[in-house]
Design a protein around this ligand. Sequence first.
Ligand SMILES: Cc1cc2nc3c(=O)[nH]c(=O)nc-3n(C[C@H](O)[C@H](O)[C@H](O)COP(=O)(O)OP(=O)(O)OC[C@H]3O[C@@H](n4cnc5c(N)ncnc54)[C@H](O)[C@@H]3O)c2cc1C
Length: 233
Amino acid sequence: MEAEGPLVSVLDHGALKLIQSYGDDSMICRAARVSVDGGVREGTPSKERDRVLIRYLAKQHHTSPFEHCGATFYVKAPIFVLRQWHRHRTQSYNELSGRYSTTFGEYYLPTVERLITEQSQDSRQGQGRVKGPEEALMAREKIREHCEKALEEYHSLLEMGVSRELARSVLPLNVYSEMYATANLWNWTRFLKLRLAQDAQFEIRAYAKAILAALREVFPTGMGAFAEMEGWG
Ligand SMILES: Cc1cc2nc3c(=O)[nH]c(=O)nc-3n(C[C@H](O)[C@H](O)[C@H](O)COP(=O)(O)OP(=O)(O)OC[C@H]3O[C@@H](n4cnc5c(N)ncnc54)[C@H](O)[C@@H]3O)c2cc1C
């Protein structure tokens, strides 16, 4: 079991942290080599042989050996990011509960640059028509005002005695929530393929980049092979 990673900042108030990982590059090779040699052999001391094998496995889509490794991340992200994230059914999740907790207080405020950017020219993903910094600043202020008001209402409902599970219904989608997400290495690569792509939303891509960086620390050869194949840089 590998040690925890650092708490990495993502977006304005978000964060990501590697909580635990299991396996390593040599585990991928051990699992693959049982096909040919059987037995419970140790990993080979040759990093170069392992590197060649891992690249071959990735290229041939012989992906099951990558399932013997995995990682758990702590994620603090806007609810709309978590909602996209939870579509990935091959991960296991535990999230902060609005029924038991009242810790919602921070919200995501996109930057002026982000508000202007049209993310994709050739699809309907992320289309926007904010013309320039002035309009963007106005839009940003509108979002801020709306969120401040919503949080105020949330707390006033709680003070009136409304239950947490109902008071939360006035919270906007950009409020930050927190979760743990666990997957095996192959399923992390599937997540990364979809969420690092140009047509994925900027905000979830920011988290995907942080996941890739953390996984590359623990599985330099395994993740390196996929990063090279997929052009993740
Ligand atoms: C850019 C982008 C835009 C999107 N836009 C929308 C949208 O507008 N609306 C929307 O609803 N969703 C949208 N999604 C979500 C998308 O449809 C998928 O739900 C999400 O990306 C998870 O992918 P997945 O099913 O491959 O992942 P996982 O759920 O992790 O599944 C991994 C793989 O396991 C297999 N699998 C898992 N469960 C099943 C099952 N029940 N039946 C068959 N095979 C299964 C499939 O092969 C699947 O590819 C979008 C995703 C992206 C990346």
